[in-house]
Each structure stands twice: as C-alpha cells, then as structure tokens.
Design a protein around this ligand. Sequence first.
Ligand code: 13P
Ligand code: SF4
Length: 314
Amino acid sequence: MKNLKKTFSNLEEEILHYKKEKNAVILSHFYQDEDIQDIADFVGDSLDLSKNAAKTKADVIVFCGVKFMAEVAKILSPNKTVVLPDLNAGCSLEESCRAPAFEKFKKKHPDHIVLSYINCSAEIKALSDIIVTSSNAEKIIKKLPLDQKIIFAPDRHLGSYLNKITNRNMLLWNGTCIVHETFSSKELVKVKVRNPDAKIIAHPECPENILNYADFVGSTSSLLRYVSEDNSRKFIVATEPHILHQMKKNEPNKTFLVAPGDDGSCSCSNCPYMELNTLEKLRDCLLHLSPEIKISNELILNAKKPLNLMLKLS
Ligand code: 13P
Ligand code: SF4
C-alpha cells in the first residue's frame, strides 16, 4: 500500500506546514536564535509581543521566548492554545521573586502600590497593581502622583535606573537578570578605547556601572530604533547578543560589537533560557500542541487587570 505520510525537504518547510494546518501564529522575541526569528510571523520586544498576542486571530500561539512571555499571551488570549517550545525556558528575574515571599513583603508596606516588571510569574502579576515593560515603564511611572509610594519588582537594576530618570524613590525587590549582570565595565572601556568612534547602547536591565557608560539606554525595540536613526556607524551593544541579527538586517552597512563579559569575550551574555528553544522543539510543539501553557481562570482574571492597565497606559 502507498505510504501517504508527508515528507519534507527541511525543518522550516515542516514548521510552515504544521503552522498552516493548526492555524497558528509564531511570535518570537529578539533574543531567540536567528533561525527562529527568521521563521516567526512577528519578532518584537515584550510590549509589542503582548499587544500582538492580544489581537491575533490565530487559534494557536507558538511563543518563542520565555515562559513569562507565553503566560502573558495566555492571560490576554485565554481562549487560545498557547505553546512554548521548551517549558523550562524561564527567567532569572522571575525565579528571584516567588509569590509567598513577595506577598509577605507587600504586606509590610500596605501604603505602597505594586508596579511589576513584566518579567515575573503570573502569580506575581496577580499581586500587582500595574505591569510595565522596559518600553513603557518611564511613561507609566510619570503618570503616577509624585507622592505615590511604589514597590517595584523584581529587577533592582531597572528599578534604580527608573528611580533616577523619574526622580522617584521606589522600594526595590532584589532581583537581577543573570545575562545583563555579566557585562564588565572594565572590559567595556577597553573595547571603547579600541573603538573610539563607537556608541555604547545598553538595556536598562544592566547594572549602573554599565549604564553610566551608555550613550543610549532603552528596551530592545528602542535599541533597534536608535541604531537606525543615529548617524554613528559603529555600536557596542550591551544586551543579549541575538538582537544583533535584526540590527545587521536593518543596517547592513553599520558595525555592531557585543559588549564583553569579565573574560573579555561575549559568549557569556547569551540568555541560557532563550537558548533552550530550538527549531526542532518549535516543530514538535506545533505538531503535538504541547507543552501548553495552562493557567487557572482565577489567576488569569487577577493577572489580567494589571496587564490591561499597562496596555491602557502605554
Ligand atoms: P524587552 O522588553 O526590552 O524586549 O526586554 C525583555 C527582556 O527579557 C530583556 O532581558
Ligand atoms: Fe530573563 Fe535576562 Fe533572559 Fe531576559 S535576558 S529572559 S531578563 S534571564
């Protein structure tokens, strides 16, 4: 009997076939591998990805990013099937802030409202008043009364940067991003000395000793915008290096250098969580619609309020 099993000439073809079959959309963050970014329907920062997840007409959202991002997609589109190629793709910021400890901390400061960075679990979102991303945090904080007491969680580097630029004194949770924390200011200065014509650009998850050297600080999408709009021909980029893929695509005639870590190399700044997602796992999760993001209705309801407020205010 004739074998009717469909054969594919490559993995990309297979993914596109299952994507059509399942009426799925593939969303990717800028920190994903180049091959994943290239096959995605939309590549963006945390804010644009959540907006996209909220309005998609697809039945299935394949989220190529980390778990908290896929959870946001599920919270904003609870009737859709949301899958993540690898369920272990977490985030050190999320891990630094667990709900029981955070609830205790919150109870100690009942006169504060809670502003949480989107890099946190659905449980932390449900304990928050407003969610922010690095794209809209400054704008949202500036809309709050100056005398409003605020807890900011979980990123203390982003929090202290926001305190500085908005002239606030938000109470900070002590979490950090293990990727942005590995950049070395000493090594960065060496690269700058060798490339005096280069501008330093940094994500606000970097510690202050890196941000102090930056000509521009912004979210992944603002960094991308900046390198296109600025007249410089060379940039030293202090964020996860996979973003260089879009920078090089958009600006093939400009030069991009990755900010170094302690040993002077850049390989330590790859996000180990984002790296768990591969094209093979993307194919498998489309085929089996698993691993799926599951969140209880109650948690969805509670986490949706501060997320919707973010979308309204940004
Ligand atoms: P962006 O919102 O700037 O894309 O940042 C997401 C992130 O996880 C940075 O580490
Ligand atoms: Fe989390 Fe840092 Fe990875 Fe972003 S780069 S997902 S903040 S560990």
